[in-house]
Write a protein that binds this ligand. Sequence first.
Ligand code: HEM
Length: 185
Amino acid sequence: MKGVIFVELIKMAEQTFGEDAVDTVLEKAELENGGAFTTVGNYPCSELVKIVLAFSDHSGLSPDALQRAFGNWMMGVFLENYPEFFVDKTSAFAMLEAVDQEVHFEVKKLYPEAELPRFDTRRHGDNRLEMIYSSPRPLDAFCEGLIEACLAHFGEEGSIRRVAHPDTPTSTTFDITLTGERQNG
Ligand code: HEM
């Protein structure tokens, strides 16, 4: 998993819990490399999971809530660093439908070592999209945070239902239904 993800998680934690707390939590988390991450490095996803659990212990927030918050945070980072993927999209669904074949496809070309999930999408009319997330990494709550933030970016409101696949634990369906008025786009 790319170092930028670790660097941003630690930035979010510093902003939320303060730098001193972050140092203490990372020390206690017994990370393989002592908690030093650079944007150019690559690190195992299991280390990310360890960091999330350590901050969950520290804060009392659930790992799920922390992952979702981090998904929201990362959408801000993507918008700032890769605006070109967003500018030609007129809705959240158009953006979400483009992640697999366009956005992550380009990411993989730029960074062949990137570990990306697979998405299959199914549209049910204008207001409902099923997005099936498949990944060996346990980041479904992070993914939900990204989807939430994507809706917010396009000024849309909706509900996101997370549906597990008992026979395929590496897949989760996000069943997204738009409610309320579109603000723009
Ligand atoms: C808009 C909705 C998006 C969703 C739902 C989404 C979803 C995800 C998820 C869930 C992961 C974690 C890896 C995994 O679960 O297997 C991920 C990783 C990543 N995504 Fe996206 N993504 C989105 C947009 C973007 C955009 C706009 C970019 C910009 C370039 C991007 C670049 C990346 C990168 C660089 C990684 C890390 C890969 C690694 O660490 O090896 N994604 N994405």
